[in-house]
Ligand binder design. Structure first.
Ligand code: KG4
Ligand code: ZN
Length: 357
């Protein structure tokens, strides 16, 4: 492996924070927080030269959810190959890499440590900085890949398998959570309802597909806490679906899927509009796996048009976990001179806005 005396050598960047980070700076990103093993090469924060995602779906599907030990082992086995492929597809030698970024949290600790260790070792071998990235923050940068000049104040709506957050952002790295779920995350609700309906895993895409063949007015379902602050709740909705199907076993799963999806989207759009008004948002940015949902995308876009607020959606493949968003978030951190020490570990409970050094 050739190494390169970079302007961004770890100690210099860490101590001064003034090294040049610009449109030509290349970051190798690594993501292993859950069940996707991903690596990507991104130049200048937004130019995705490659993005490789190896999903472990098949390995977890028969358990109906992610098994942490299986995830860690699979990351160990496949990560070197995934990184090599990301460099190959980007058509660059590893010596061109200016920094290595990896997800340090939140996520499964064993899974996180695989990516963090690999990233730190690579950074050390290349004599370039290591940048620890918050997975939640990275989901935002997935939206900004196509819209880097989106204006603040921004309402970041993060809807994933583990989180449902409404976040006020007044600038890069200034986060204030103003709403969240008090029970299930949006993606978790999709997954649980899909599992109950006997649809495939993961549930979100399966419900999205089934809903296209169903009537969203077929089953009357609750919209919890609609006029009550900015928090959301999905656990009562999930229970209402289960109770309805038990009482009406002949109901079509397509109708249930469509009605459930409509209820989730109604709540998310309603709370988003309310939050956006409250913070005078210029932009609403969506992130996380549920942002791939067809109805949520179209209804959010419509709401933005009606309210005169620009809505920024990541491409569908950038909604779910990937490493391009990690490399991008890493570039923004690097530009602020934020380099992570090589003795830093992973934090499975990392919060948005918490320091990653
Ligand atoms: O962001 P992500 O890949 O992983 C986490 O960080 O959690 O999100 C995964 C979640 C899963 O719950 C999955 O069912 C959901 O995103 N999801 C969807 C869709 N695609 C993925 N939910 C609704 N509609 C979709 N099209
Ligand atoms: Zn995620």
């Amino acid at each position: 492996m050739t190494t390169r005396g970079s302007a961004l050598n770890p100690s210099a960047a860490a101590s001064t924070g003034t090294s040049t980070v610009d449109a030509s700076t290349i970051v190798l990103g690594i993501e292993t927080s859950c069940d996707e093993t991903a690596a990507a090469v991104v130049m200048g924060g937004t130019d995705v030269l490659s993005s490789v995602v190896a999903s472990q779906l098949d390995e977890h599907a028969r358990f109906g959810g992610v098994v942490p030990e299986i995830a860690s082992r699979a990351h160990v086995e496949i990560l070197p190959q995934v990184v090599a492929e990301s460099l190959e597809r980007a058509n660059i030698d590893v010596s061109r890499v200016d920094a290595v970024a990896a997800t340090v949290g939140p996520g499964l600790v064993g899974a996180l440590l695989v990516g963090v260790s690999a990233a730190k070792a690579t950074a050390l071998a290349l004599n370039v900085p290591f940048v620890g990235v918050n997975h939640l923050e990275a989901h935002l940068y997935a939206a900004l890949l196509d819209e880097p000049n989106a204006r603040f104040p921004m309402l970041f709506v993060l809807v994933s398998g583990g989180h449902t957050l409404l976040v006020e952002m007044t600038s890069h790295d200034s986060y204030r959570v103003i709403g969240q779920t008090i029970d299930d995350a949006a993606g978790e609700a999709f997954d649980k309802v899909a599992r109950f309906l006997g649809l495939s895993y993961p549930g979100g895409p399966a419900i999205d597909r089934a809903a296209t063949r169903g009537r969203d007015t077929a089953v009357v379902l609750p919209r919890a806490m609609l006029n009550d602050g900015l928090d959301v709740s999905f656990s009562g909705l999930k229970t209402a679906v289960i109770n309805y199907v038990r009482a009406n076993p002949g109901v079509s799963s397509e109708d249930v899927a469509a009605s459930f999806q409509r209820a989730v989207v109604d709540v998310l759009v309603h709370k988003t509009r309310r939050a956006a008004r409250q913070i005078n948002a210029n932009t609403i940015a969506l992130g996380g796996g549920v942002a791939a949902n067809s109805l949520l995308r179209s209804e959010m876009t419509k709401a933005g048009e009606a309210d005169g607020i620009s809505v920024v959606l990541p491409s569908r493949e950038m909604c779910t976990d990937n490493a391009a968003m990690i490399a991008s978030a890493g570039w923004y951190r690097l530009r602020r001179g934020e380099v992570t020490a090589l003795d830093a570990g992973a934090n499975p409970n990392l919060k948005l806005g918490a320091g990653q050094r």
